[in-house]
Design a protein around this ligand. Sequence first.
Ligand code: IMP
Length: 409
Amino acid sequence: MPALAVIGAQWGDEAKGKIVHFLARKAEVCVRFNGGPNAGHTVVDEHGEVSLHQIPAGALHPQCLGILAHGMVLDLWALEEELAALGRQGRPQPKLLISDRAHLIFPWHRQREEQEGLAQRLGTTKKGIGPAYADRAARRGLRVMDLSRPDHLAKRLCAEGASSILPDLSRLREKFAPFLGDARAVLAEALQAGKAVVFEGAQGTLLDVDLGTYPYVTSSHTTVHGIPWGTGVWPTLAVVLGVAKAYTTRVGAGPLPTEDLGPAGQRLREVGREYGATTGRPRRCGWLDLVALRYAHTVNSFTHLALTKLDVLSGFPELKVAVAYRLAGKRWETFPPFAEDLFQAEPVYETLPGWHKEITGIREFSHLPKEAQQYIRFVEEGLGVPVALVGTGSRAEDVIVRAELLGYT
Ligand code: IMP
């Protein structure tokens, strides 16, 4: 089967975990290519609810190999804990392959994040992500492959005043040894053999270090462009699935034109349980933003969209959707490239009728109230991308499939 990519179309937290888990039921490989433990991909299945931070969500399926590619920055201590948490839920240990080339996160990266005040300034997740990527770019990072170079490792740890963690690192090296390897080569072979491969984006398009709302972004490439960057392969992607929530959320600082600070935003937060899976922080909430989504489409060339958490919108008498911005007295149909402009952008809304019926767990488009169908069609037409999947609840099976996605659905 040709490869499929799942990409966040907003500011992250679009429920990609659920969608990836759903699509990977028949996949042979699932690849995380960017970010690290800043991500929180939540899956609810027969074992209960789990938030994955570094393990690809597809790897929860026993047949699926989870690749942690070199575009990620890895915290091995956190990975150990993540595996232990899966064990405590009675889940089988996932099949994993960790890229030798991936850079490692160390305690000093978190300390630097703290010292530089990044959490206060940008609302970062305090996982050491930015400083680890900075070390990588400055060519002083330590990679997974360096774990087998104890002399080199000892020298670097000494330079960082962290020699005491050397024995623990040796232990982790032993523990993870069976999972380490040339992930790029294995992935290239899998693609060549036509295996079913799902690429699992972390964070969202508007948090991309170059294409997002800089500087209020993460430090990696969160878009479809992150796939070749973070894996070293150039896959033929028959499906690029953008994942967007039926409304908008953001955690951390930065512009959010459709943010609603009144009762509507409050209701979205409570009904949608909009609290960070990684940090527990309340998410900022607001209406769907088609200007931002159209921009995400121009960046990623989505072939399809998954519209998630539609059930959260039930009970609103009417629903607003931003179709343009008003900025400096003019109407803007496109997404301004500068965060400073976005802070000033006022959304121009269209109002659609809401619905009262509870839609949680509905699996047929025709069973949705006509207003919910109209909402989906409005998004589809406004974006020019077919909505292939609709999320109607947190459980794995709460999905409406409107279009087959190769053999994955
Ligand atoms: P960092 O990735 O920890 O450096 O944080 C940079 C920005 O990206 C902050 O605004 C974070 O809240 C945001 N961010 C990072 N990872 C995620 C995620 O998985 N979901 C949503 N926001 C995220």
